[in-house]
Write a protein that binds this ligand. Structure first.
Ligand SMILES: Nc1ncnc2c1ncn2[C@@H]1O[C@H](COP(=O)(O)OP(=O)(O)OP(=O)(O)O)[C@@H](O)[C@H]1O
Length: 350
């Protein structure tokens, strides 16, 4: 865990419980989270659908209020603030959304100007700021058009310009690239990186896309059932994941693990004992796998898998058919479990 030094957002045992629907069953969307987000970083929040990512991030700008614990933003404890005193805190936090949430009836410039109008900026200053922002996001030529005439990537650039209008120190991005194709995603990620580097804005990104984290996030928190189950430098978390959710997340992104259908097909072709073995730098490299099998007199054939690099370190898994004396195969499986994670798919039914 990090210290409070340099924290711009600090969750202190923060919880958000949504009341049940009358039939009981309250939802602990965020459950006792303690976490620091450092000033000036790009921080990723990942986890499966319903893990509590959006709720956690919405606690930062008090779109959701904590029901337990506290959230401290820039030294200000949000728990104690009423709506009026939350306003200046919210003004220091921009937000972008998956569906862009632009006003269809306003032009691009009108959308970017909107938060400045709400904040009471005089016309001339507002116009100058809008010009500057549209230039920053590369959309000066589109100032006068309506959002319907823009591509998805352009709409998100407008969303980002609008979120930056009042010079926030924090930008929250909730699945900001999920509605975009990979190429457009790259452009928007580059822009978020510029927001971070050139404007010094702390960026908090919610995503289900491994590539987003891999390419721009300095640190990442992994959520499961309202809790943060892992947090750290992105490469550390992905190359040596200590939690099942993280492993599954990486596996989905790498597509290195056989689906049940693939496994069924593998079984029709391979009669031996099938296991999937984690491969990374810290635990079980493929050399360790080969050596372990040799020591136990077991033959191993790779039947499925993929190894990629995370921060220039090997990461992935291999699915291997093990053939040999059943006791030796069991001993090899046990030995592999000692050095890395292993999913035992057993052998095909006779
Ligand atoms: N306003 C609400 N009222 C009741 N339950 C809610 C509300 N908002 C969220 N929840 C519940 O809280 C849990 C966490 O939801 P949240 O949207 O934070 O998860 P998430 O990880 O962002 O998921 P997704 O990726 O699907 O958006 C879910 O079980 C969700 O149904």
């Amino acid at each position: 865990m990090t210290t409070a030094t340099g924290s711009i957002v600090r969750f202190e045992g923060a919880s958000k419980v949504f009341p049940g629907n009358g039939r009981g069953g309250e939802v602990r969307a965020v459950d006792g989270v303690t976490l620091d987000i450092h000033e000036g970083e790009i921080f990723g929040v990942i986890g499966q659908s319903g893990a509590g990512k959006s709720t956690l991030v919405r606690l930062i700008n008090a779109l959701e209020r904590t029901t337990g614990g506290d959230v401290v933003v820039d030294g200000v404890s949000l728990g104690a603030l009423n709506e009026a005193r939350l306003r200046p805190v919210r003004a220091g936090i921009g937000m972008v959304f998956q569906q862009f949430n632009l006003l269809a009836s306003r032009t691009v410039a009108g959308n970017v100007a909107y938060p400045l109008e709400v904040a009471g900026w005089p016309r001339a200053r507002r116009d100058a700021r809008v010009t500057e922002l549209l230039d920053f996001v590369g959309l000066s030529e589109k100032a006068g058009v309506h959002p319907s005439a823009l591509s998805g990537g352009q709409k998100q650039r407008v969303g980002i310009a609008r979120a930056l209008a009042t010079n926030p120190r924090i930008l929250l991005a909730d699945e900001a690239t999920s509605a975009l194709d990979p190429e457009t995603t790259r452009g928007v990620l580059d822009l978020l990186q510029r927001v971070n580097r050139e404007l010094g804005v702390t960026v908090v990104v919610i995503t289900h896309e491994m590539d987003v984290v891999r390419s721009i996030c300095h640190r990442v928190a992994v959520m499961d059932s309202g809790r943060v189950v892992e947090v750290g430098e992105s490469y550390q978390v992905f190359s040596v994941p200590s939690h099942d959710v993280t492993r599954r997340f990486v596996a989905t992104a790498l597509r290195d693990r056989p689906s049940p259908e693939v496994l069924a097909r593998l079984r029709t072709r391979h009669a031996g004992h099938i296991v999937t073995v984690g491969v990374d730098e810290a635990a079980g490299s493929s050399a360790v796998l080969t050596r372990t099998l040799r020591e136990h007199g077991v033959d191993g054939t790779v039947v499925f898998g993929g190894i990629t690099e995370v921060a220039e370190r090997p990461y992935g898994s291999l699915t291997v058919e093990l053939v040999g004396d059943p006791a030796a195969v069991d001993a090899a499986v046990a030995a592999l479990r000692d050095v890395t994670w292993l999913d035992d798919h057993g052998r095909a039914a006779a």
